[in-house]
Ligand binder design. Structure first.
Ligand SMILES: *Cc1c(COP(=O)(O)O)cnc(C)c1O
Length: 391
């Protein structure tokens, strides 16, 4: 490589101070079967672990739309949204998503992580409160922690326990300042368990306590409801939840995220959400793909019906409780057991992955099986047979 322009000697470990090297507990992680690796290879085996629920990631209509968008509008967006980074495609996708979700307007974010992590703190000030389900996604957890670091009260309520939330809201209100406000945040479909929130119940509590509800449709957008818009539609509360966040990178097969809301909240966030303001906006290609994906999701309900029916079939075969989602957790307990199960299924030709702490709680390692429209019924049945042999 010597002599190639730009070739450099890599930074050696010797450049990292010893006290820093001691900080990295790589061996302890390995001993505990906890180390994670990124596999840089084309994934092998039939996909039963991605979030490509509608099988759109490799759909030629999305790939073509991405390519055309890049050819017409460029490879990058060049700037953040409030500078030069808003193209006609941003506007078109925001209008399309708002219409689908039944909200006045919609704001695009670069990732769901960025949206949750920066919208939650942007809405709250010192003395306010945020209440979060114990099993919410890491990005919601980080948004809540960021708010807490600025003097916001953080209440974590037991998973799906509306009684606990009700009590926490009452207790907080008793000591809160007169003008203090509360936000309640929940996943719609919980990403590691595949169970779902009770949105009408949460809305009733929020009305009772004058709190604002924010929901995360990362695993329900495209999958649930008559037009596929998500759990808000499935539970008949479209147009009632003030903040509906979702991602474009899962069922919609593209990349990015959105927050559907009304104009007042949008104005507030455009002026305060640091993830919206201080980040280069989404480039044209994923926007073009997402526009195609929303239209396909609405027009091809067989995709979500298929994904959901496969998940229902696996849960039924394994005697697991039914939920309206395409995520099926198969509990192993110990990390090593979950890893062995995943390795066995991979040998059988299924790309199934183990999920371990800290993604799930200690002693709750599991296989996280996901279903999608790209799978064949026979493949699902072979997987079920293989799952039944695990012990
Ligand atoms: C994946 C996920 C996110 C993050 O979305 P990205 O666009 O992948 O950053 C947020 N919330 C939930 C529940 C998720 O599963």
């Amino acid at each position: 490589m010597d002599g190639v322009p730009g070739w450099k000697v890599p930074v050696s470990d010797a450049e990292i101070p010893t006290r820093w090297l001691q900080r990295f507990d790589i061996e302890a992680r390995e001993r505990a079967s906890r180390s994670r690796t990124r596999r840089i290879e084309e994934p092998k085996g039939i996909d039963f672990c991605s979030n490509d629920y509608l099988g759109l990631r490799l759909d030629p209509r999305l790939m073509g739309a991405a390519a055309r968008a890049a050819l017409e509008f460029g490879a990058g967006s060049g700037a953040s949204r409030l500078l030069r980074g808003t193209s006609p495609l941003h506007g078109e996708l925001e209008r399309e998503l708002a219409a689908w979700k039944g909200t006045e307007t919609c704001l695009l974010f670069n990732t769901g992580f960025q949206c949750n992590a920066t919208v939650i703190p942007a809405l709250l000030n010192s003395g306010d409160a945020v209440f979060s389900d114990a099993l919410n996604h890491a990005s919601i957890v980080d948004g809540c922690r960021m708010a807490r670091s600025r003097g916001v009260h953080l209440g974590i309520y037991r998973h799906l326990a509306l009684g606990d939330l009700d009590a926490q809201l009452s207790n907080w209100r008793r000591t809160a300042g007169k003008a203090a406000v509360a936000l309640v945040v929940t996943d719609c479909v919980f990403s590691m368990d595949g169970d779902v929130a009770d949105l009408p119940g949460l809305l009733a509590l929020c009305r009772k306590h004058e709190a604002l509800l924010m929901v995360d449709e990362a695993h329900s957008s495209g999958l649930l409801g008559e037009s596929g818009s998500g759990l808000t539609e499935h539970q008949a509360v479209s147009g009632q939840v003030p903040l509906v966040m979702g991602t474009l990178g899962k069922a919609l097969g593209s990349f990015g995220a959105y927050l559907a809301c009304n104009g007042i909240l949008m104005d507030q966030l455009i002026n305060t959400s640091r993830g919206f303001i201080f980040s280069t906006s989404l480039p044209p290609a994923p926007l073009g793909a997402a526009l195609a994906a929303v239209r396909i999701a609405k027009l091809e309900p067989w995709r979500r019906e298929r994904a959901l029916s496969y998940a229902r079939r696996i849960r039924e075969a394994l005697g697991l409780p039914q939920h309206p989602s395409a995520i099926v957790p198969v509990h192993a307990g110990e990390d090593a057991r979950a890893l062995a199960w995943a390795a066995h299924l991979q040998d059988e030709g299924f790309d199934v992955r183990a999920v371990r702490p800290p993604t799930v709680a200690e002693g709750q390692s599991r296989l996280r099986i996901t279903t999608g429209a790209h799978q064949e019924e026979a493949q699902v049945d072979t997987l079920i047979a293989a799952l039944k042999t695990l012990s």
